[in-house]
Design a protein around this ligand. Structure first.
Ligand code: CP
Length: 317
């Protein structure tokens, strides 16, 4: 039996060991099959109550967590900031303590402030899972990205993965960088200097000022959207200019010396960071990422609930 565990919460990948990351990826494998069944349900988390507490908009993450919870037979409640007492000024810890008074077991939280899930995890006994916090981390997104890369290229160690676009505002980029480096990948970033955070070089991340150079180097491109809602200054001249210089187009991919795998965490801005020909083309595994998201989230919930990896097979029921 493996001695590796995830602990109480999943806040980010920065402090996870390679063994913990592998544990989630390997535990996700048997859960993939559950979603292919006619009756997509196993009894693994029967009796557990999970709250999805979303202070920010989400399509993929919230729905994927909800499917994962339901397929594990947990009882789930969705709370959006609008429509709850959060709009009346109730603070995060009071909201969570009131939920705990209703005897919940886990909270999945998305929050615009970096650090909110960690803050909450230190204050409540329920397991806390970060569904994306500000510009900090989005660990389950990176885990599903890494699983999708591993499915297609059979390894992570030694691969060259370039994260393209608005890295500065991206929690997905941060979680991917930590996770990929931990598993032995080489990581690059590409985009305008104005959208790159300081300190990446110290982590061993390469900077490519032009997509042509990134495409020449990489096995995998993970393309990020411009987070216009988080931009409070003129980071780029215009969306059209950004697409002209940095957009990932078929014309650019065709010059690649090898087949490149294309990922995007969504939501996409078609015609800005990625052209439709690429998003819907043969290099793209964007919808496979979404499918894998459910298995990865089932694995995370299962492991945090105390599941053991070698029981995952049996837990499928
Ligand atoms: N990738 C992602 O986090 O998408 P949502 O914002 O739709 O959850």
């Amino acid at each position: 039996m493996s001695a590796v565990s995830l602990g109480k919460d999943l806040i980010g990948l920065e402090h996870l060991t390679p063994e913990q990351i592998q544990l989630v990826l390997d535990t996700a494998e048997p859960f993939k099959e559950v979603s292919e069944r006619q009756i997509k349900k196993v009894p693994t988390l029967r009796g557990k109550t999970i709250v999805n507490l979303f202070y920010e908009a989400s399509t993929r993450t919230r729905i994927s967590f909800e499917f994962a919870e339901k397929r594990l037979s947990a009882d789930t409640v969705n709370i959006a900031a609008s429509g709850s007492s959060i709009v009346k000024g109730e603070n995060l810890v009071d909201t969570a303590r009131n939920l705990e008074a209703m005897r919940i077991d886990m909270v999945v939280i998305r929050h615009p402030s970096s650090g909110a899930p960690g803050f909450l995890a230190d204050r409540i006994p329920s397991n806390v899972v970060n569904g994306g916090d500000g510009k900090h981390e989005h660990p389950t997104q990176a885990l599903l990205d890494i699983l999708t890369i591993r499915d297609n290229l059979k390894t992570i160690s030694g691969l060259k993965v370039c994260i393209c676009g608005d890295v500065l505002h991206s929690r997905v980029a941060r979680s991917n960088i930590w996770g990929l480096l931990a598993l032995g990948a080489e990581v690059g970033v590409c985009g305008p200097k104005s959208l790159m955070p300081y300190g990446l070089e110290e982590l061993g991340v390469r900077f490519f000022p032009r997509p042509e150079e990134a495409i020449e180097w990489a096995d995998v491109l993970n393309i990020l959207r411009l987070q216009l809602e988080r931009m409070n200054a003129g980071f780029i001249p215009s969306l059209r200019e950004y697409n002209r210089v940095f957009g990932i187009t078929n014309a650019r991919l065709e010059r690649a010396p090898k087949d490149i795998l294309v990922l995007h965490p969504g939501p996409m801005n078609r015609g800005v960071e990625i052209d439709s020909d690429v998003a819907d083309g043969p290099h793209s595994v964007i919808l496979d990422q979404v499918t894998n998201g459910i298995a990865v989230r089932m694995a995370v919930l299962y492991l945090l609930a105390g599941g053991k990896p070698d029981l995952a097979e049996g837990a499928k029921g």
